[in-house]
Design a protein around this ligand. Sequence first.
Ligand SMILES: Cc1cc2nc3c(=O)[nH]c(=O)nc-3n(C[C@H](O)[C@H](O)[C@H](O)COP(=O)(O)OP(=O)(O)OC[C@H]3O[C@@H](n4cnc5c(N)ncnc54)[C@H](O)[C@@H]3O)c2cc1C
Ligand code: FES
Length: 282
Amino acid sequence: MGYPITKKENLSAIDFFMEVEAPHVARSWKPGQFVVLILDEKGERVPMSVYYAENGKVGMFIRRHGKTTLKLWYEFDVGDELLSVTGPLGRPIKVKHYGNVVFVSDAVCAQAESYATLKAMKEAGNYTIAIQSFENKANVYPERYLAKPVADEHYLTTEDGSVGIKGHYLDVLKELIEKDRVDIVFGGGKLGSLKKLAELTRPYGIPTIVTVRQIMVDGTGMCGSCRVLYGGEIKFACRDGPMLDAHKIDWDDAIKRNARFTEQEKLAKERYIEELKARGVI
Ligand SMILES: Cc1cc2nc3c(=O)[nH]c(=O)nc-3n(C[C@H](O)[C@H](O)[C@H](O)COP(=O)(O)OP(=O)(O)OC[C@H]3O[C@@H](n4cnc5c(N)ncnc54)[C@H](O)[C@@H]3O)c2cc1C
Ligand code: FES
């Protein structure tokens, strides 16, 4: 028996929302943890962050990135079943009273984590601040999918200024830090931005916990694919993270390792698009 898709909706020019029935995940998932999807018998294992996990269902935000995520968008609909939804995987974040908690996000996985993390932090009595960055208006999600309901303060930025504040979460965060309004930062998204985030918060000694996205295979600490250099040690993003202390991560190594299959991914995507065209799907 598979895992039925219960909802699916386009979010923007590049991302979509999907909900699947996975009661075993919904029963025990906590913010910070992720799932691994397998679409069908020939499918690869695809890690996904969780937007919510409740009432037996798991919601996710997914980017139409390469072969697998395009296949999910073009060939799977509400009522279809995924072969496997494994999880929850990884370590939950520590939810407690910190004071002013900021979540920064500039990519699909982190937009989901922003909602999930701040919801839990708000319930724990924190003052919550979301800073959600998008490239441009076409990539911004409908309002109901932003982290607004769980944020006491919400900032939306676009790089080109077509909606919200012109700029990036780093600009808004810098201003908040200079006003002494930040006790802890959580975040995720583009690795290059997370490296800059670590450099921004380090001199102020502000704890900064972020999702370090690495290529994962088994997702349980067995294969070594997702290893990160971490304060002189080796950690596995899937087992020890994925949310880790940004100040301890060797970002140059993490960025290089995450890009090691770029050529193969590009080729697989091109071939799949050709196949879709030949079948008249697009
Ligand atoms: C903990 C974690 C959480 C994630 N959460 C989300 C999410 O919420 N939404 C989302 O859209 N994506 C998320 N990702 C990335 C997602 O797994 C990739 O987008 C997906 O695997 C792409 O597959 P593809 O065949 O469509 O694209 P591909 O062309 O195969 O890959 C495109 C890019 O996705 C990443 N990627 C590919 N394979 C993997 C893999 N096995 N493990 C990790 N990253 C990979 C790489 O950066 C790669 O360059 C997450 C990754 C991790 C590690
Ligand atoms: S994915 Fe294999 S060790 Fe993390």
